[in-house]
Design a binder for this molecule. Structure first.
Ligand SMILES: [Zn+2]
Length: 206
């Protein structure tokens, strides 16, 4: 009988804490979603550079449409997140927000236009958070599919504003397009029309 050679495999662990920006929630940096650390993993442990996805090498900025966790943009803000929205959508959102505010409901935009880089970053973070690309796709679309990247979607905040939009948004053509994202609105009907039922989730692109 042949003698088998035993080999010993030693797994060497780097021992470097992983710097992972965790996305809690959905398609946005607001409206129920947010970072628990900075977009570059800014907790002092950047990790090995060669392992870092390209989208994390430089911080996301206003030029990417980035909106920090828990923050909302006033509609008067002069930033790419708002300025690069589709003009028709942006006009409808401002009109709706004015009507809401006349009824005492303040409206902010927690996410608007996003750069492809920002969207890729959100998707990478969602894969980390949810553990699989399949589950992440329920919450964050690819840069190629996202209606935020094309400027065709806004996330409104905060809760009372999203609730107002759910009741009256259709008067301005604005509809909630995903059942699991109470804050995500797109132009989906003519003003005064009836919104179609929202898709279950963002697997089709949000
Ligand atoms: Zn959204």
């Amino acid at each position: 009988m042949a003698r088998s050679r035993r080999s010993t495999v030693v797994a060497a662990l780097a021992g470097t804490p992983l710097a992972v920006a965790v996305l809690v929630g959905a398609c946005s940096a607001g409206g129920g979603a947010g970072w628990t650390s900075g977009p570059t993993g800014g907790d002092g442990h950047p990790g090995p550079a060669q392992r870092m996805p390209v989208t994390r090498l430089t911080p996301l900025t206003e030029e990417d449409g980035y909106v920090p966790e828990g923050e909302g943009l006033e509609l008067s803000a002069e930033v790419p997140a708002l300025e690069r929205l589709d003009p028709r959508l942006w006009a409808a959102v401002r009109e709706a927000a004015a009507a809401a505010e006349a009824e005492g409901v303040d409206v902010v935009v927690t996410s608007g236009w996003r750069s492809e880089r920002y969207q890729r970053f959100l998707l990478e973070a969602a894969v980390t958070t949810y553990g699989s690309e399949e589950e992440a796709a329920r919450w964050v679309a690819t840069a190629e599919e996202s209606s935020h990247v094309t400027g065709d979607a806004v996330d409104v905040g905060y809760t009372d504003a999203a609730d107002w939009f759910s009741r009256f948004g259709a008067e301005f053509g604005l509809c909630q397009t995903y059942a699991n994202e109470l804050w995500h609105y797109e132009l989906a009907v003519e003003p005064g029309g009836e919104c179609p039922p929202p898709a279950a989730d963002a697997a089709g692109g949000a």
